[in-house]
Ligand binder design. Sequence first.
Ligand SMILES: *Cc1c(COP(=O)(O)O)cnc(C)c1O
Length: 491
Amino acid sequence: MKSKLNNLFVFQNRTIRDALEALNDTAEGILLLIDYNGKLLRTVTDGDLRRLILTGCSLVDTLESLPEKKPIVASYLDVPISLLAEMNRNGINHIVLVDSDYKPTGIALRGDIDKSILLSSPHMGDEEQNFVAQAFDTNWIAPVGPNVDAFEQELAGKVGSSYAVALSSGTAAIHLALRVLGVERGDVVFCSTFTFVASVNPILYQGATPLFIDSEPESWNMSSSALERALIDSSQKGMLPKAVIVVNLYGQSADFDKIIDLCDKYGVPVVEDAAESLGATYKGRASGTIGKIGIYSFNGNKIITTSSGGMLVTNDESLAVKAKFLSTQAREPVGWYEHKEIGYNYRMSNILAGIGRGQLKVLEDRVNARRAVFEQYQNLLHDCVQIEWMPEAKFGRSNRWLTALSLKESNIDVGSIVKAISKENIEVRQLWKPMHRQPVFSEVKYYKHEEGKSISDELFKSGLCLPSGSNLTQAQVKRVASVLRNTLESM
Ligand SMILES: *Cc1c(COP(=O)(O)O)cnc(C)c1O
């Protein structure tokens, strides 16, 4: 947008002529009618003014003659893709952004958003539509069918796991993992604090209590020293956890040898939240296959996607069978509907599994493309001394799902960097806000990496993710890098 937002404001006491002149001067094709408190009443376009004149108003009449019309607005916090969806829904090319007091903070224009660069957008290959078409042709439009079975086999084969169960989401997979491991009301489950809330919620679905474990600086994933202290304390209290959920953040595996050794010592199973790390490795093994149970997500922003979906993998046949049983309403294998347990409707649809089969074929390409995006950023910004890139631990290969970095200067406010870059229609995000900082988990116990040193807090305060999609062009990565550089220089 070329003009200042203030120039677009008009009050109801102005005349139609004033408004026409303002439209002419600002050349945005829109004015914002506001009340004396600065709240948005409606938008005004040339067409609105023309209609007024056709109904008999003259140029000296005021804008009070305009009929009331609820403007289509969005929150200034909305991401570009949802603004675009809202424009499409309403057949319009701009949306006024308002704050919680309904005061305009900006206008989103379709032209600008079309130029926007998203954090991680879906990237389809060539074969997805064939698998989906097969499902249509054979009328397998259900959460059962040949694509579901084939997707499970193909994914299990790819990661080298004995069993895979295709589910409706990664969250559902974590929930079933806890369920089949016997997590119940009153149990405790440890979980990485530095993660997305979906890692933790299933603990609460089971009525169990979470306990949060900090990260280590080498991998940004679970700190084995914090885990060890938590296990020692819990064992002394006779309250060992029923499971430990270890998250592989931003596409990098946690350092599992240490974690599994500790958990084995106390006989606690590990659930590996590999939602973000499909295609990564740990000491030559596929990420997601190290824990007793691993889970993947195929949500729209993940490295491969089925639009939404998830997978549970394990080498334990009985756990896989139980998970599949629970995902289909716990229906007993008899000729009528017989239920001895409470199950869920968590199975993946045969249509979505078709998308998954196509996506799985290009997984390696997607990993390589994301790693190339990371390298391009690193090269373009190598002289920015404030930037510390997320390290790649020696024990494996990250899929670089998101290019993540932290800023060394402690006085930098990452919130305002995100805001400044968003103004350029580039979607950047702060790193995950640790779970022990979430109001909803304010009562939950937390173990820091070291006494007086909380790694996840430091990362949250100083870190960012950059647009990292495998379908970004080199020119887009360049644009992001230069906007980031300019923003840092201006801070
Ligand atoms: C995306 C994600 C999930 C949840 O997966 P859904 O398929 O969206 O339910 C869980 N954990 C982490 C770390 C994630 O990034």
